[in-house]
Design a protein around this ligand. Structure first.
Ligand SMILES: O=C(O)C(=O)C[C@H](O)[C@@H](O)CO
Length: 256
C-alpha cells in the first residue's frame, strides 16, 4: 500500500483554484470546526500562532477525514523540524522567508527520502506511515510531498525567477505583510508600491507555470490577487474572524 495521495498537490497540478483559511487558534477543536466550513486548505500556523509539535499533530489528527487539506507552516525551514512534522503526517508545508533558489532546493531535499533528499527514514514508528500499517510509505512518500515557499522580501523577489526553476517547489506564496515591511511599508500592505510588487510577483509565478498563492481578508483585494494570478488564495484568518464578529456583536448591544 502506498503513501496517501495528496489531494491539494493534485488539485494545484490540475490548475484548480484552492480557497484557504488560516487556522491560528493552535487548537484541534477549533481547527476541526473550521474544517466543516468548506475551505480547500487550512494553514496550521507554526510561525505566528502558539503551535508546537504536539498541537500541530493534534490538528492533523482532527483534520483526518475532512476535505480541508492541512498546510503546516513552520517558523523556519529547518530540516529537523520538517522531518518531525512530516512524520506527524503533514504532506504540505508552507515555509516562510525563502530568498534564494539554493534555500528552496535545500527545503525540497529536506522533504524527500534518499536518494532525492535527506529526510530521515524512521517513519516506521510515526503517524505518517500509519504506525507501519502503510508498508510502502517510505518508497512512495516523496511523490506526495508538496512544498510551498513564501517569498516576502525584496531579496526574495529579486531571486524569484531562480526560485521558480527549482524542481520540487510546488507553489510560491507571496506574504503581503512581510513584503510590505521589508519594502519600508510596515503595516501598509495595501499601499501602491507594495501592491505593484505583489502584482508583478503573482504574474511572474503564474507565467512560470507554478501555482501562485497569497492572502487577504479583504475580499475585493483577494479577488484582485486571483485576477493577478493567485491560484491558492487564503481569504480568512480564524482568530480575526472571531474577534471581528465578537467585537461587532458586543458593540451593537453596548452602544445600541
Ligand atoms: O507576510 C504575510 O502576509 C504572511 O506571511 C502571512 C501572515 O503571516 C499571516 O499570518 C497574517 O498576517
Amino acid at each position: 500500500m502506498p503513501a496517501p495521495l495528496n489531494p491539494f498537490k493534485a488539485a494545484l497540478a490540475r490548475g484548480e483554484r484552492q480557497i484557504g483559511c488560516w487556522a491560528a487558534f493552535a487548537d484541534a477543536y477549533a481547527t476541526e470546526l473550521l474544517a466543516t466550513a468548506g475551505f480547500d486548505w487550512l494553514v496550521i500556523d507554526g510561525e505566528h500562532a502558539p503551535n508546537d509539535l504536539p498541537t500541530i499533530t493534534r490538528q492533523l489528527q482532527a483534520l483526518h477525514g475532512y476535505d480541508s487539506h492541512a498546510v503546516v507552516r513552520l517558523p523556519m525551514g529547518e530540516a529537523w523540524a520538517i522531518k518531525q512534522v512530516l512524520d506527524a503526517g503533514a504532506q504540505t508545508l508552507l515555509i516562510p522567508l525563502v530568498e534564494s533558489a539554493e534555500e528552496a532546493a535545500t527545503l525540497v531535499r529536506a522533504m524527500r527520502y534518499p536518494p532525492d533528499g535527506i529526510r530521515g527514514s524512521g517513519a516506521a514508528l510515526a503517524r505518517a506511515s500509519g504506525f507501519s500499517s502503510i508498508p510502502d510509505y517510505t518508497k512512495t512518500a516523496n511523490d506526495q510531498m508538496c512544498l510551498l515557499v513564501q517569498v516576502e522580501t525584496v531579496a526574495g523577489l529579486d531571486a524569484l525567477d531562480d526560485i521558480l526553476t527549482v524542481e520540487g517547489v510546488d507553489g510560491v506564496f507571496i506574504g503581503p505583510s512581510d513584503l510590505a515591511a521589508d519594502m519600508g511599508y510596515l503595516g501598509a500592505k495595501s499601499d501602491a508600491p507594495v501592491q505593484d510588487a505583489i502584482r508583478d510577483a503573482l504574474g511572474r509565478i503564474a507565467a512560470s507555470g507554478k501555482p501562485a498563492g497569497c492572502l487577504s481578508m479583504d475580499h475585493d483585494q483577494a479577488r484582485q490577487y486571483v485576477d493577478w494570478g493567485a491560484q491558492f488564495i487564503a481569504v480568512g484568518i480564524d482568530v480575526l474572524m472571531l474577534a471581528q464578529t465578537a467585537r461587532a456583536t458586543a458593540a451593537r448591544w453596548r452602544d445600541g
